[in-house]
Ligand binder design. Structure first.
Ligand SMILES: [Zn+2]
Length: 660
């Protein structure tokens, strides 16, 4: 006990400098927006455990800790100097990519309280914080070209995190000076609009209404002038019926902006626009992975569709804002689905490589096999890709997940919104009593989640737990006794009572198997938040020193199928699906570890083969993932195949043709 107390004390001293007490007179902590149900805790209040902690440690030993292995611009000075980019009209380009990385690294560092990661990220943050440019603008050089303000929106999320942890008033001062060099209209052009988040956040802390006005002006100008939303005839109008056809990353980044404006102004029309913008995107583009079809533009739903890895981060971030603002539990379901499936399924489990494009169905992912367009190697698992955005963004998605597992209410309450083994330290109730809540679970592989309250004195506070929309028959107990009240799927269940030290709240979230229907007579299988895939054994080619964005320790991996994968499912209902549990694993996402597998009857389709064509310039045959054959020729033999969690696979079939 003595030892753990002293560690806690050292940790507190490390991250809360002395001036944090003095600054409280000048600035508030990050404000809870007036029209938002929940807000986030500082990352140092949350301690991930179990596989979540292992995941962040893989980030540390993998790309987040060693991003220079990914090549340009991550092997440059990043935000601590002038990056000599040849693209003279786009000086901002390398800062966008490294800004994503720095934001992910500082959050991972604080969540782990890890000095190595924090030193790497804080070197970048502190340089920008302390560099005094005469005009008050932040950053190492004057960023030029269209969208030159966009990199600030990504990078300055690291400042918001730093402020949440330290309360350093200098962060607010330099950000205010920076934004005072612009007018609202300066942020109207497409991606630049993302800065409205920072403007609103600063308004919440300073009370300076000119900042909120700038954010509203930026959005109004964006809406009123088509030129700010034009990409080769494509357009963004969140509030209309227009089918989304824009660049997916841009759309998903921006659709949260009207919702954020609502959270500070209470103007309902803003929220309606965001809700409509997301609803129509999900209707037209949401894939089995939980990530919308986006290569690079939205591209509709079919068995071949895939997504850009940047959206592993934009979905939990944008949906996280929607969750916090509306308090609607279904946003949390969607975040879990995106992170556990599309997210973890786009990386190697040691976090050394990532895909640029990944897909629910990917039967081959070598250096030539990209069927989603642009550079051939974009579906291969590489440390760094030809275009660098995804390599930056991949560092963010799990820190975003973990930071939104626990949310706070304005009245001293706590909500457990996303599940996973972890601890939260918070002050609760009207008297601000410090408590620790320890969440123990093997979620999403087990249905039981328990919370133990640790407190020096009993305290009354509202404690909410999310009941996922996919769950029927959820139950809640306190100290072993069933809690009165109706537990509703798709809503938060609140217990408002006096909690004493050692109180245990337990929820059980039964996970049933569900079939999902997809175009072209396709079928998928889910159980709780997990999507299931057939894992395809791969033969792996590696490249290292001969490729500029890979190294000997972080090689690029090209995956070729080394076993049959051409299965159609012979199922009409869930009675055909057998659930197999396995408790003998250490890291649940490791290949072959699968804590839960599903056994299903399947038949091979003789006429379903990889698509191939001859590249005459390179004089070789290129193989790619292929669509369902229009005529499904089975060999007549039914056999059982085992499906595993999507996130544990590299090559996979997720959307299956049904046997006709
Ligand atoms: Zn990207």
């Amino acid at each position: 006990m003595r030892r753990s107390l002293s560690i806690a004390f050292i940790a507190a001293c490390m991250f809360i400098p002395a001036w944090s007490i003095a600054q409280q007179k000048k600035y508030k902590a990050a404000a809870h927006p007036a029209y938002s149900r929940y807000s986030m805790f500082s990352p140092v209040k949350i301690t991930p455990q179990g596989w979540l902690r292992t995941f962040l440690n893989y980030q540390k030993s993998g790309l987040t800790g060693h991003i220079e292995n990914a090549g340009y611009p991550f092997n440059t000075v990043m935000w601590t100097g002038v990056v000599n980019d040849k693209m003279e009209d786009r000086f901002w380009w390398p800062y966008e990519q490294s800004g994503y990385y720095i934001d992910g690294a500082i959050k991972a560092g604080y969540l782990l309280r890890d000095t190595f990661l924090l030193n790497k990220a804080k070197k970048q943050v502190d340089f920008v914080l302390n560099k005094k440019n005469p005009d008050g603008r932040l950053g190492p050089q004057d960023l030029k070209g269209r969208w030159n303000r966009w990199p600030y929106a990504g990078f300055l999320r690291s400042f918001m995190t730093e402020y949440a942890v330290t309360g350093n008033p200098q962060i607010i001062e330099v950000m205010q000076k920076h934004y005072a060099t612009y007018k609202g209209e300066d942020f109207a052009d497409e991606l630049d609009l993302a800065n409205a988040e920072e403007l609103c956040w600063l308004y919440g802390i300073t009370g300076d209404v000119s900042l909120l006005k700038m954010a509203e002006t930026a959005y109004a100008t964006f809406k009123s002038d088509h030129k700010y939303r034009d990409r080769d005839g494509r357009d963004i109008i969140f509030g209309s019926d227009r089918v989304p056809d824009y660049h997916g990353v841009v759309y998903i980044e921006l659709v949260k902006i009207p919702a954020i404006l609502y959270s500070y102004t209470g103007k309902k029309s803003y929220l309606d626009e965001a809700l409509n913008g997301i609803a129509k995107m999900e209707k037209n583009d949401m894939l089995a992975s939980g990530i919308p079809s986006s290569n690079e533009h939205f591209n509709g739903i079919n068995e071949m569709a895939g997504h850009e890895t940047c959206n592993l981060a934009t979905i939990p971030y944008t949906y996280g804002h929607m969750l916090q603002i509306t308090g609607d539990a279904r946003w949390a379901d969607k975040i879990e689905k995106a992170v556990f499936n599309g997210g973890i399924g786009a990386i190697t489990k040691d976090f050394k490589q990532q895909q640029y494009f990944s897909a629910p169905n990917q039967f081959i992912a070598n250096f030539d096999s990209n069927h989603l367009g642009y550079n051939n190697a974009r579906m291969a698992f590489l440390p760094g890709h030809d275009t660098e955005c995804c390599t930056g963004n991949v560092n963010r998605f799990m820190p975003y997940y973990i930071q939104q597992m626990w949310l706070k209410t304005k009245n001293g309450g706590i909500a457990a919104s996303l599940y996973g083994a972890s601890e939260i330290n918070a002050v609760v109730g009207t008297a601000n009593v410090p408590v620790k809540i320890v969440e123990t679970t093997k979620y999403p592989f087990e249905e039981a989640v328990t919370f133990e309250v640790q407190t020096k004195k009993s305290v009354k506070f509202p404690f909410s737990m999310r009941i996922p929309a996919w769950c029927t028959g959820a139950s809640v107990t306190v100290n072993g006794k069933q809690v009165a009240g109706t537990v509703v799927a798709g809503e938060f269940f609140e217990i408002n009572r006096m909690f004493a030290n050692g109180d245990k709240i337990a929820i059980n979230l039964p996970m049933s198997v569900k079939l999902t229907n997809w175009p072209n007579n396709g079928v998928g299988i889910e159980r709780g938040p997990i999507v299931y895939s057939y894992p395809i054994t791969a033969k792996i080619d590696t490249i290292s020193t001969d490729y500029k964005k890979a190294t000997k320790d972080f090689p690029g991996l090209g995956l070729n199928p080394a076993a049959d994968w051409n299965y159609a499912l012979a199922i009409n209902n869930v009675n055909n699906v057998q659930v197999i549990k396995n408790s003998n694993y250490t890291y649940p996402w490791a290949e072959g570890a699968a804590p839960v597998k599903l056994k299903v009857p399947a038949q091979q389709l003789k006429n379903w083969k990889l698509h191939s064509y001859v590249d005459t310039a390179a004089n070789k045959t290129i193989y790619q993932t292929s669509p369902f054959p229009s005529n499904r020729e089975t060999d007549g033999d039914s056999k059982d195949i085992e499906l595993v969690p999507y996130g544990s696979t590299l090559l996979r079939v997720t959307v299956f043709p049904k046997v006709q």
